[in-house]
Design a protein around this ligand. Structure first.
Ligand SMILES: *Cc1c(COP(=O)(O)O)cnc(C)c1O
Length: 348
């Protein structure tokens, strides 16, 4: 059972607004709101007063559009040629990141201009900016809602690239028509007032991922994941558990089999590396995580019976903790959370 606390998401958004006094704070709800459900999340943020949303793709924008009437819904990946009319029809804001996209969009309505200051993925390059400076008429008729760029390493406040990007962004803006700016993602909001602009763009921190790694997490936890124990069995010393017999009982043991696995986004790399929480105490995961089933050593937990629940994500072990054990980040843990879990939304 995956519990998603919409009230915590709204509280996190309010905290991030306080962290960004220079302008409003958008909600980044791409990838189905980092796996948590774009429609309910966008609706809760809208009710709280959020009026700017970012998604990655056009389909995601169409999915949330009716939940956030009159709010800006911007599509980060840029319009695929031929889809411009769909943007206009649904009042979606494209993020233009190439000269071709600028030319194709022309004067169809408001747009955001994306400048590349170090990511080298999307956005106008330095050479593109030279071209535009030489031919400013190319931007005639374009209603620039924002000029934006994206930080490379904002979770590392010591990294020199943060300042370098700030300077490159300022230089790029000085070569473009005057327009409001959008800069900081979640961690960028914690880099100090120099990174404040006319629109913050956090995603991860809304969903409880720590935007200040190595420091206490200023955000509220949003997800709680519990899984059901299907079976409990006694095995003798020497018996193996799971695929490839990676765990062998060194004493007569009790093994609980829980109803989840890597098909639910519980990374196979967590085999043997993490614990569940039962009755406030940690229960070690043993053997390989398999597709639909995962095994735990409950020899020291006589209260565990078929039908009881193990907590996998909760106060004992947060999303970031699980990410560290799995060798990834919280973003990947959240966006991997499977669609088979029964989802319960706690209202805002
Ligand atoms: C995903 C994304 C964000 C949000 O980043 P977080 O680190 O999750 O806060 C902001 N801007 C752009 C361009 C993005 O792709």
């Amino acid at each position: 059972m995956l519990e998603i606390d919409l009230g915590a998401i709204v509280a996190n958004w309010r905290a991030l607004c306080a962290q960004h006094p220079s302008g409003p704070v958008a909600g980044v709800v791409k990838a189905d709101a980092y796996g948590l459900g774009a429609r309910p999340v966008a609706a809760a943020l809208y009710d709280a007063g959020c009026r700017h949303f970012f998604v990655a793709y056009l389909e995601e924008a169409l999915c949330v559009r009716d939940m956030v009437p009159d709010a800006m819904v911007a599509v980060l990946s840029g319009p695929i040629p031929g889809t411009e009319a769909v943007y206009a029809e649904h009042d979606l804001t494209p993020v233009l990141g190439s000269l071709a996209e600028i030319d194709a969009w022309a004067a169809r309505g408001p747009a955001i201009l994306h400048v590349d200051t170090g990511m080298s993925r999307l956005g106008l390059s330095a050479a593109n900016l030279d071209t535009l400076a030489a031919d400013p008429a190319r931007l005639n008729g374009l209603h620039l809602r924002y000029v934006m760029t994206h930080l490379v390493s904002s979770e590392d406040p010591e990294h020199a690239v943060n300042e370098a990007q700030r300077h490159r962004f300022a230089a790029a803006r000085s070569r473009l028509p005057a327009a409001p700016a959008s800069f900081a993602n979640s961690s960028g909001l914690f880099l100090g007032e120099h990174f404040g602009t006319d629109l913050g763009r956090p995603g991860a921190a809304l969903y409880g991922i720590n935007p200040t790694p190595g420091q206490p997490n200023p955000m509220r936890a949003v997800v709680r994941l519990r899984v059901r124990v299907l079976a409990v069995r006694d095995i003798p010393t020497g018996a193996s558990v799971g695929y490839n017999a990676t765990w062998i009982a060194r004493r007569p043991s009790r093994i609980a089999t829980a109803a989840f696995g890597y098909a639910d986004g519980f990374h196979r790399s967590l085999s043997g590396k993490t614990t569940a929480c039962f009755d406030g105490t940690p229960v070690p995961l043993v053997g390989r995580v398999s597709m639909d089933l995962t095994t735990f050593d409950v020899t020291d937990h006589p209260g565990v019976q078929p039908g009881c629940w193990f907590e996998i994500i909760g106060p004992h072990q947060g999303v970031d903790d699980l990410a560290t054990m799995a060798g990834t980040n919280g973003y990947e843990i959240l966006t991997s959370l499977g669609r088979r879990f029964h989802r319960v939304y706690l209202p805002a």
